[in-house]
Design a binder for this molecule. Structure first.
Ligand code: G3P
Ligand code: CA
Length: 298
């Protein structure tokens, strides 16, 4: 293990890790900021149907620059943005295709999925919202001048999805220097998938979803720039441990935690020194961490 990491881990174990000073220049997932970046989880999904273009727009309306999404693949090879591996919870698929149980994304064509209503389950004002293709999704994020935390969801179900995702991103202009330098991160719960993305396109920033042991962090540091744990498992010491490592792009590794929807938890994880907070209610988190940063410099 890196000597600095050993020291940090030891400090954490002793329970004397220091509160991260709010005034320090924390990585803004691509820039510098005194407060963590806020990432709209599945778009601003507390206010609009998750993973739709409406949720991207809602995040933009709230002034949130980063959006997170989930990418899966249809039967005919189109990449679409949806969280679950089946269409039941967030579309009217059971009504439109009653004989197609269990309604898996991978069993439907893109044209079939394009017929589904992905908004009415959330609210009648969103009736007619569609499951976006990845192309439609990144084009909207681009249009809104936002940034994208793209999750490869269930990649084990979709062999080759890493290369296909990178191809869509390249076609839509998302692999040029400005995008990879500060507007795109690809994350997954699958370490293999993230390693593959890193090998295929080393310039792309990556994140691993989970909480690997500190002993395993040196291995992760070879292919991932971020370690992104659930806030429930997060400690100040763990954040410091991750920060002690240098990622594949020669910068301090980062931590973005999920899914934080209340001000108290937002303040707690911000005090731990996280670089990003992923939230269904990103305005609540943004206001809480901003107020905290402001009061620290007063
Ligand atoms: O970005 C973190 C978060 O999206 C991971 O969990 O299930 O919401 O995709 P999930
Ligand atoms: Ca996700």
């Amino acid at each position: 293990m890196h000597a600095r990491a050993v020291a940090v881990t030891t400090t954490a174990l002793l329970g004397v890790a220091l509160l991260a000073p709010l005034s320090h220049a924390r990585a803004d997932l691509g820039g510098d900021a005194a407060e963590p970046s806020v990432i709209a989880h599945r778009g601003a999904s507390g206010y609009a149907p998750e993973n739709t273009l409406a949720a991207v727009d809602k995040a933009a309306e709230l002034g949130i620059r980063w959006v997170e999404n989930d990418v899966q693949r249809t039967r005919d090879g189109e990449l679409v943005v949806l969280h679950d591996d089946n269409l039941r919870r967030t579309t009217d698929v059971e009504e439109v295709f009653p004989d197609r149980a269990p309604w898996k994304v991978k069993d439907f064509t893109a044209a079939e999925i394009a017929r589904l209503d992905a908004g009415s389950w959330f609210g009648s004002e969103y009736a007619g919202a569609r499951v976006p293709t990845l192309k439609q999704y990144v084009d909207r994020v681009e249009h809104n001048h936002q940034k994208l935390l793209l999750e490869l969801k269930n990649p084990q179900l979709y062999p080759g999805i890493e290369r296909e995702t990178l191809k869509v991103l390249a076609n839509e202009g998302w692999l040029d220097r400005p995008h990879v330098a500060g507007r795109l991160i690809v994350q997954s719960f699958s370490a293999d998938s993230i390693r593959t993305v890193h090998e295929l396109k080393p310039a792309v920033k990556t994140g691993f979803l989970g909480t690997p042991s500190v002993a395993d962090l040196p291995a992760y540091a070879k292919f991932t720039d971020q370690i992104n744990p659930s806030y429930g498992s997060l400690t100040r010491g763990y954040v410091a441990s991750v920060h002690a490592f240098t990622g594949p792009h020669g910068r301090r590794m980062e931590v973005s935690t999920w899914t934080v929807d209340d001000a108290d938890t937002a303040r707690r994880v911000a005090a731990y020194g996280v670089d990003g907070v992923i939230s269904n209610r990103p305005d609540v988190v943004r206001d809480a961490v901003r107020e905290m940063a402001d009061s620290a410099v007063r």
